[in-house]
Design a protein around this ligand. Structure first.
Ligand code: FAD
Length: 525
């Protein structure tokens, strides 16, 4: 057992924690795994544009830093989805709304497809460039414009890094609750465009819930300014919600107005171990009742995940003697003066007393807290010892999780008997991450499509979601109909046609122009 992680037979023995904080580290120094597949097809119907020589660079775009294909930095050739690197036709770096509007008007007049890139940390291929597109990078469209500490709002340019938003809120004693491992690289515009989730969704909701207003530029270059600052504003359709989660297919978000929260004075984390998933759900139910809005995170790691991560990464400080069972990482935030409100200890004590939980540890220093979270956050490092993996970000009704995960393992192992299949996720949000690795196969040989064709129909069977938080982009486009009805997809296409009739904004992302080309897998009987 680790020295400073206190293992408790009963929570009264548990040593209280001091203020717990997440480490704000920049994006991990792991490169996206190359994914070799056929999703990188681009169906915008625009003739292939040849590489422009500098003499052919459009003068109208010169003041936005236009660079032609050969000059585009390789970091703009791919995002974190692992799709093969592709050099776009060109790139621009506008610095304000007016400049974005000029760029989009130029694209509209010249029928040039445009792909918006933020921090390029997206995992679904939404920001992946096509060879014919102009990339609009939001790198220079950044900065905090205003923080209102009375009404708890923050206004920023869309290219501002999530971490800078968090710091700006903190500087005024407030808190922006969206937090992802990619916080040092991803942008708030990308967070809105993907409706990003993260670890605190159980308490504060997705990015969608944090947005009061936004400004965006439409496909024809017109500016839609909806910089609402009011918490209550029932004046017709909530247009901002159209753009949130639309992955850059309906407009380019230029500015945002965000809601801020009061930061809990103290955060206290605990790791628990139990035997089965019914006990996981019983713990979730009890924590929701006992901690109320104090429940900040409820993360669950399956037994194989714990075994694999702690074996593969010996630097992790694993707190229990036994590695079997489900592991829960629970975080409470509270406003009392003492670092320990007593609520988490009491709540987990009751669960120990009724034998719902087998073991509990509570961090009693900031380092302990970081060490417990390091076990969950080790997912960013599995490729280092496991090799290339096939990752999933699915949503499942809680009551179906055990059967569905068992069916997935059975289906995958029927074809690849020694496949590694790991599960972990934000179970309070019905969000499960699945990691599959077929030993002996390199990056390009991992059977992405064959495994996807096994997993997604099982998700569809229980009315789950093929993308709980990462978005659809190119990677999940073929499986959209596993989670959305034909009428829903048709309505999405109607909205797309209305706002972007020439399909110039992120063409071919989420769905193709015609519904009939959406190749969905056949569902098992
Ligand atoms: C280590 C790591 C951890 C992650 N953890 C999480 C997590 O916990 N939860 C989660 O939800 N995601 C997570 N992600 C995925 C990713 O960070 C999010 O999807 C993030 O919101 C993407 O932001 P970005 O600025 O990098 O966007 P990009 O990757 O640049 O773009 C993503 C999409 O948004 C569009 N877009 C970007 N900016 C704009 C704009 N201004 N206007 C219109 N469209 C725009 C792009 O065209 C594209 O479709 C993680 C990624 C990594 C690498």
């Amino acid at each position: 057992m680790q020295e400073s992680l206190h293992q408790a037979a009963h929570p009264n023995d548990v040593i209280r924690s001091v203020q717990a904080q997440f480490s704000l580290h920049p994006l991990l120094n792991v490169m996206p795994v190359h994914r070799h597949n056929q999703h990188g097809r681009f169906e915008h119907g625009i003739a292939h544009m040849k590489t422009p020589t500098p003499a052919e660079w459009p003068p109208a775009l010169a003041r936005f830093g236009f660079l032609g294909r050969e000059e585009v930095a390789t970091r703009h050739h791919q995002d974190w989805s692992g799709l093969p690197a592709t050099a776009p036709w060109g790139i621009v770096y506008p610095r304000n709304t007016e400049e974005v509007a000029v760029v989009l008007k130029w694209c509209h007049e010249n029928k040039t497809p445009l792909v918006t890139q933020g921090g390029l940390t997206g995992l679904a291929g939404g920001a992946h460039p096509s060879p014919d597109c102009l990339v609009l990078s939001t790198e220079r469209l950044c900065g905090i414009r205003h923080v209102d500490p009375v009404m708890c709002t923050l206004t920023a340019w869309a290219g501002t890094k999530l971490q800078d938003i968090q710091h700006a809120a903190q500087a005024d004693g407030l808190y922006f609750p969206i937090d992802l491992g990619a916080r040092g690289s991803c942008t708030i515009g990308g967070n809105l465009a993907t409706n990003a989730g993260g670890n605190k969704v159980i308490r504060y909701g997705m990015t969608r819930e944090q947005v009061l207003g936004l400004e965006c530029v439409l496909a024809d270059g017109s500016v839609l300014s909806g910089m609402n600052q009011l918490l209550k504003n029932n004046t017709g359709y909530d247009l901002k919600q159209l753009f949130i989660g639309s992955e850059g297919t309906l407009g380019v978000i230029t500015q945002v107005v965000l809601r801020l929260q009061a930061k809990p004075r103290h955060q206290q984390s605990a790791m628990c171990r139990c035997e089965n998933f019914d006990q996981v759900l019983a713990t979730l139910q009890h924590c929701r009742k006992r901690l109320g809005p104090g429940l900040l995170a409820f993360e669950v790691m399956w037994p194989e995940f714990i075994q694999c991560m702690t074996d593969g990464l010996p630097k992790l400080r694993y707190p229990f003697a036994q590695k079997n069972g489900f592991h829960l990482l629970i975080e409470e935030g509270h406003f009392s003066n003492s670092a320990d409100s007593g609520s988490l200890t009491a709540c987990l004590g009751e669960l120990l007393e009724f034998a719902v939980l087998n073991e509990v540890v509570i961090a009693h220093s900031e380092q302990d807290n970081l060490d417990l979270w390091a076990i969950r956050d080790s997912v960013a490092e599995y490729s280092q010892f496991l090799g290339p993996v096939i990752g999933f970000d699915i949503g499942l009704p809680a009551s179906t999780m055990v059967a569905t995960t068992q069916n997935m393992v059975a289906a995958i192992r029927q074809q690849w008997a020694d496949a590694v299949v790991l599960f972990f996720g934000h179970i309070g949000d019905s969000n499960l991450h699945v990691v599959v690795h077929v030993p002996g196969l390199g990056h390009e040989e991992q059977p992405h499509h064959a495994v996807e064709a096994l997993v997604y129909p099982l998700v569809a069977q229980v009315n789950g979601s093929v993308s709980a938080e990462h978005g659809v982009g190119l990677i999940k486009k073929p499986y959209l109909s596993c989670s959305r009805q034909p009428q829903e997809i048709a309505l999405m296409q109607t909205i797309k046609n209305a706002l972007d009739p020439h399909h110039l904004l992120n063409p071919g992302k989420i769905f193709d122009r015609s519904a009939s080309s959406d190749k969905s897998p056949s569902l098992p009987p």
